[in-house]
Design a binder for this molecule. Sequence first.
Ligand code: ACO
Length: 321
Amino acid sequence: MYARIIGTGSYLPERVVHNADLAKIMDTSDEWIRERTGIERRHYAAEGQTTVDLAEQAARRAIAAAGLNPGDIDLIVFGTTTPDLVFPNAGAMLQARLGCTGGPAFSVEAACSSFIYALSVAEKFVRLGEAKRALVVGAETLTRITDFTDRTTAVLFADGAGAVVLAPSEEPGIISTHLHADGSYQHLLYCTGGISKGYEPGTGNRAVIRMAGRETFKVAVTMLGNSVEEALAKNKLAKSAVNWLVPHQANIRIIQAVAKKLDMPMERVILTVQEHGNTSAASVPLALDTGVRDGRIKQGDLVLLEAFGGGFTWGSALVRM
Ligand code: ACO
């Protein structure tokens, strides 16, 4: 038995912020942001609009694409680093919105890798027969933990949501997932505030992202390269077998480096970073949904998903659509 993706959905909040808008409030430029990151614009949640609000839109679209009703969902695994509240968990809050109460609903927190982690957990429930219609979500309101006085991170992060629905299938499906973490790198990318630890001095009692960009970049390229090679080796597949690379959308240069390692032309990479910047847990399902809805990713295609984030955490998933 396998778990198969039977529907995808995504949602970006209405407010669009262009590079030029950021250049008005900090010492940066459209040229620098495009050249160094590939980002052209991003979407910000409205005041009061939360991660679960964004997730609900994406989830309803994924459920509709699967030809199901919200009440059919019997498991929710919600990847996020910016939950609405400490508890109830974001999965349980989404479950109430969708009116599919009763089954398990929980969140998985692994920064930008949260969706890959959530997918890996949910597919095991489905494969083992413990869930029949699983909703896997990646959603974030990263602007709530963005330091707009720090140009080295503020230009990167944004808000959004993506979701997929999994169902059991005798054909693959999610072929394999590969998760990793190395907590010894936590000082290179972290959030300055938390419930138990409190706030860092000088942050005005705000939890904000801190990142050593250059160092993170190098580790990301190495680990993501290893992770996609691991997925292929595990399944004895040649690089040429992969139809589409759906990478975490953090930086076009990281994406190009991983594509090069796979000998993959950029025409076979789903690239959405220019449209929405780094939306952390949301970025992989956002890109996947984009590729499915515009008709590039077709049923039967072999798709390689990958992500890297704070922790450090990283991982990949090989998926037959
Ligand atoms: N506008 C203009 N100049 C800037 C900006 C900006 N927004 N930000 C930095 N600069 C300057 C720097 O001060 C530096 O100037 P200097 O040379 O005078 O010191 C120069 O630009 C180059 O800075 P670098 O940090 O070396 O730039 P780099 O090319 O490494 O790009 C970036 C920075 C985009 C952050 C890149 O390192 C990166 O993408 N890192 C990885 C991000 C990532 O993948 N994170 C993991 C996921 S995120 C998560 O999990 C939450």
